[in-house]
Write a protein that binds this ligand. Structure first.
Ligand code: FES
Length: 156
């Protein structure tokens, strides 16, 4: 049984809806401004599912780090195993450059060779967000290939 909760800032930014629906037994679409689906955050929808009695073998969170941070905080509260997919800046992808360095349970890990998936309850999200912001100015100079909008704006 797969329940999928996706969230976007607004209707214009929705992608892959048909694909998500095709692989989901239950699909919940959220938007920050309520222009599509239900108004709210993915954490609002997930908490409602859990409070309605759903228990999951595993919650998988993929997307902006801030969203994964709050999903993990929520699932920790309800003791739901959670896997997050880390997206730090990667350079060589071989574990040599250190660009994708993370702290997981207090240990240094490299997303490219040790991940990118980690136990969501053990990641230091604040450190990752700080590191990911290092090149924000340069990212804003490029357009996202999926949306045609500024890459940094899409990931917020
Ligand atoms: S990308 Fe260089 S260590 Fe992972």
């Amino acid at each position: 049984m797969v329940h999928t909760v996706v969230g976007f800032r607004n209707k214009e930014l929705v992608i892959l809806e048909d694909e998500f629906r095709a692989v989901s037994d239950r699909f919940l679409l959220m938007s920050d401004d309520g222009s599509v689906g239900e108004k709210g955050l993915v954490t609002n929808a997930l908490e409602k599912l859990i409070l309605d009695g759903e228990a999951y073998d595993e919650v998988i969170a993929i997307g902006p780090v801030i969203m994964m941070k709050f999903v993990a905080a929520l699932t920790k509260k309800y003791d739901q195993k959670t896997v997050v997919s880390m997206n730090p800046i990667m350079i060589d992808g071989t574990g040599m450059c250190g660009g994708c360095r993370l702290l997981v349970d207090g240990e240094v890990k490299f997303a490219c060779v040790d991940g990118p998936d980690f136990d969501g309850h053990l990641v230091d999200y604040d450190l990752l967000m700080k590191r990911n912001a290092m090149y924000r100015e340069h990212e804003q100079a490029h357009l996202c290939r999926l949306t045609g909008k500024e890459a940094a704006a899409v990931g917020k």
